[in-house]
Design a protein. Structure first.
Length: 331
């Protein structure tokens, strides 16, 4: 038996599922019992995830990398590798990664994982192995609410013009990720095959780097609920997402914005007005939910219904992530 509550009733997420109060929390037996309970209530859990967008399993003791891997494997199928990923992370084992290795003093803006790609995970799992001393929340917000909260003019323009994502990936030394780490291979032919299948434009650079671009929708329809969601990373790909000092440094270092490590434009190659990006950030910020991590927590997220980011933190922090249920343009 489990107890259910809503962590932030005003925002409706995340749904918290915990053992009954008289259960000793965070034991290996609880972790096994949770896997068994989910397998017995799959349809119910799926319905709750589609309604709430995120479920926090708390007090079940899924507090080791091995325990997290066993939990995810027992409740999910078809774990994804992080090919075409844009965040620095380490692959620990098949389908299990560190959540991000972006410097801990910076906020990571909210986003739907791989929404700039032609294929993305339908579900994400985050597991707390070491809780941060302060802050370090995996912040979340409802993508349906963001779409409803944005001015109609911004939604209409982004829907009509779409979003062009531009990345300059170095070949082994430079700012940002390398193309080898991004696509988890050193085989140029394999990377080119991936680009062609994804409808991406690419150009090998004389310095061994790679420029890739792709035009993607800004709004998507959820394949199961039929709901429209704000589903893009325009505000995150634009260099203004960085702190002001870093932003100005990038602009002075890269005189041509085509050479920035990453950038974004409308699909017709016109620049996106900075005021629009500020409004997107403001709307998302007003809908963001913070919850403090506890060791042994597992957060299950519908990647299209809910976006996520990360608050700055101090001290050690270890959050693992797995991705599953591939969704693509063909779905």
């Amino acid at each position: 038996m489990v107890n259910e509550s809503i962590f932030n009733p005003e925002r409706g997420l995340p749904l918290v599922i915990a053992p009954e109060p008289d259960t000793t929390p965070n034991t290996a037996a609880n972790a096994d019992a949770l896997c068994a309970w989910i397998n017995e209530h799959r349809d119910e859990v799926e319905a709750k995830l589609l309604a709430n967008g995120a479920i926090l399993f708390r007090g079940f003791g899924v507090g080791t990398p091995g325990g997290f891997r066993r939990f995810v494997s027992s409740v999910a199928s078809g774990l994804m590798d992080y090919v075409d990923g844009n965040s620095p992370r380490t692959r620990l084992t098949s389908g299990v990664y560190t959540s991000t290795e972006y410097p801990q003093e910076y906020f990571i803006s909210l986003h739907n994982e791989l929404s700039y790609s032609h294929r993305w995970p339908g579900r994400l799992f985050f597991g707390c192995i070491v809780a941060p001393q302060a802050q370090g929340e995996t912040v979340i917000a409802d993508s349906r609410a963001i779409l409803r909260g944005l001015p109609a003019g911004i939604v209409d323009e982004f829907t009509r013009r779409k979003v062009k994502y531009i990345r300059n990936l170095h070949g082994g030394g430079g700012f940002g990720p390398s193309w080898q780490d991004t696509f988890e291979t050193t085989d140029r032919a394999a990377v080119e095959d991936y680009f062609r299948s994804a409808g991406m434009s690419f150009e090998w650079r004389e310095n061994g780097g790679l420029r890739v671009s792709q035009v993607r929708p800004a709004v998507a329809r959820h394949p199961k609920t039929g709901e429209l969601v704000w589903f893009n990373q325009a505000d995150q790909f634009h260099p203004s997402t960085h702190p002001p000092a870093v932003y100005q440094s990038l602009l002075s270092l890269y005189r041509d914005d085509e050479d920035l490590p990453q950038n974004v434009r409308f699909g017709d190659d016109a620049p996106i007005d900075a005021g629009m990006l500020d409004e997107i950030r403001r709307t998302t910020r007003n809908l963001t939910v913070y919850f403090p991590w506890q060791e042994g927590d597992v957060l299950m997220v519908d990647n299209m219904l809910v976006c996520h980011g990360r608050a700055p933190f101090s001290g050690p922090r270890k959050i693992l992530v797995s991705m599953c249920d591939v969704v693509s343009d063909e779905n």
